[in-house]
Design a protein around this ligand. Sequence first.
Ligand code: MLT
Length: 313
Amino acid sequence: MFRVLVTDEVDQEGVVLLTAEPALQVDELPTLPKDELLRRIGEYDAIVGRSATRISAELLKAGGKLKVVGRAGVGVDNIELDVATSLGIAIINAPAGNTVAVAELFFGTVIGLLRQLHTAAAAMGDGRWDRAKFMGRELKGKTLGIVGLGRIGSEVAARAHAFGMTVVAYDPYIADERFAALRVRRAPSLDALLAETNVLTLHVPLTDETRGMIGKRELARLPARSVVVNLARGGVIEEAALQAALETDQLRGAVLDVFTVEPLAPDSPLRNIPNLVLTPHLGANTVEAQRNVSRDVCVAVRDALLHNDLSRS
Ligand code: MLT
């Protein structure tokens, strides 16, 4: 009998695949306080969660029986990977299931920003009817600069063609054939990409290489009145530099769905910038995406425990 702890509101679609197995005993404890989790982790063979639970070195070391950490989502930056590896604990994520959700949120938020939907809706709520004030901009004819042409970046690129955008990307890890198949022009460097981008979007994981990759210097390379969108990870953009670029009108606007520290502090200065659209890490928050990632990770965790199949880790 293996014991599995499910945290962070993982969708039932996958959880039932675990509970249906007689050889697995599953506890669903979505909001376990950190201390309580630390006290109880030693009872479990596997933990499955989203990004809210930090899988720290301390937690991994306290998990004496822990064999698998399952992440219902793509990002594993909430997990101490080196420690897990040194302890022989497998990490399993679900990299494919939420790509469409993030790509669709990109277009929803960027069009919302360019048409000022957030302020127009608020004005309607205040009883106003300000048509002239909310003159928008179109995506057609603009250049979309994508940093990271992996699964999500590719879905964004495919949809951008339908909006009549020119699509350029910077990703040194992706082959020319993939660029060609996606009809995306390769930028030779990040600086070259920035120099011709009207709408910049980031689709990279948070690593030592990407942390702070968009700061004051990079923002200054964008053409005046560009737009910046970050639905990837908070630390990739320097928030203070972005704030300054918005407040001086160097940028037309920005969208942030992810933050260096989450949840974003109630008194964060980012909350008071009119041309900045903020959402609370909603990239993967669709019914479809949560079903997909839950099913993918739970199947993989089940197979890892019951059949010692770690081929998907
Ligand atoms: C992911 O990494 O899959 C997304 O950011 C969603 C999440 O953190 O749950």
